[in-house]
Design a protein around this ligand. Structure first.
Ligand SMILES: [Zn+2]
Length: 133
């Protein structure tokens, strides 16, 4: 089953090859960062010379239209559109370096929650049907 990650604004595919490529910025640092396309795999591909200090908060944007990918639900989450076959979901991930929390939301429920830090975000899903896997 193939996964297409898209910008929620311009719908550009952000994983043309293996990793999901986003513009990341923190202070004076600005770089393209690659993420593993499997939710719950926290392998990150940083360019040479770029380091992400644990606990630092990063801004992520679309490499094509430069849309800010911040999620409305929580200031520590960013979002992408995820298309698998015919299904479209929202993929929310923590923008804090080293924090492992990823959510797949479909319509009005949390379909998947991944990562050892996901529980920190429990309060924001209070209004949604929550299924932990
Ligand atoms: Zn875009």
């Amino acid at each position: 089953m193939s996964k297409d990650y898209r910008c929620p604004r311009c719908e550009a595919v952000l994983n043309p090859d293996r990793s999901v490529i986003l513009v990341a910025a923190h202070g004076p640092t600005r770089a393209l960062i690659g993420f593993h396309p499997e939710p719950g795999n926290y392998e990150v591909y940083l360019p040479p010379g770029v380091a992400a200090e644990q606990g630092s908060r990063w801004d992520f944007s679309c490499p094509l239209c430069h849309a800010d990918l911040a999620a409305a639900e929580n200031e520590d989450l960013c979002e992408l559109e995820l298309r698998e076959d015919d299904a479209t979901s929202r993929l929310l991930f923590s923008r804090i370096a080293g924090e492992q929390a990823t959510f797949v939301l479909r319509e009005d429920h949390v379909e998947q929650a991944h990562g050892s830090d996901a529980v920190r975000f429990d309060p924001i899903w209070a209004q949604l049907k929550y299924i932990r896997i």
